[in-house]
Design a protein around this ligand. Structure first.
Ligand code: NI
Length: 159
């Protein structure tokens, strides 16, 4: 396993749409292993292909309930709404207030090409929406109600 470099805001690769994964091979498994290692090293909750320079529809998420590897994910149902603070490993030290669905149901494939469905609420639902947006070249900053000010960020750090 190896750490991958995380692409930062301003790199045009983050604004491109990803192609589906077609080969569920050893190369994919290595990429997913590296992405998980990079995610845990970063302290974030999710990491998408374009953030490590790979324009394929895949991401890894762990909101504290174990690692999920999403290949070719597709949201099939959403319910409700939640207002949350959100950030991104590609936009360090920047946070905004964003509206996300409260509940998300996703169809996806695992690293062996087997189809699964998963339901998530709260932070997990938010993380799925955020990471899947990356696969369409969408950064959270384009969807926020507003970004948090420096004063608000300092207030959060003191809590
Ligand atoms: Ni992100």
């Amino acid at each position: 396993m190896a750490l991958r470099n995380i692409v930062k805001e301003g790199d045009p690769i983050l604004e491109r749409k990803c192609r589906p994964v077609e080969k569920f091979d050893e190369k994919l498994h290595t990429l997913l292993d590296d992405m998980a290692e990079t995610l845990y090293d970063s302290g974030g909750v999710g990491l998408a292909g374009p953030q490590v320079g790979i324009l394929r529809r895949l991401c890894v998420i762990d909101v504290g309930e174990g690692l999920f590897e999403f290949i070719n994910p597709e949201i099939v149902e959403t319910k409700g709404e939640q207002e949350r603070v959100e950030g991104c490993l590609s936009c360090p030290d920047q946070y905004g207030i964003i509206l996300r669905p409260k509940y998300v149901k996703t169809r996806y494939f695992d690293r062996f090409g087997k189809e699964h469905f998963v339901e998530g609420e709260d932070l997990f639902a938010q993380a799925m929406c955020h990471e899947f947006d990356h696969l369409d070249g969408i950064l959270f900053k384009t969807k926020v109600e507003r970004m948090l000010s420096q004063e608000e960020l300092e207030g959060m750090n003191e809590e």
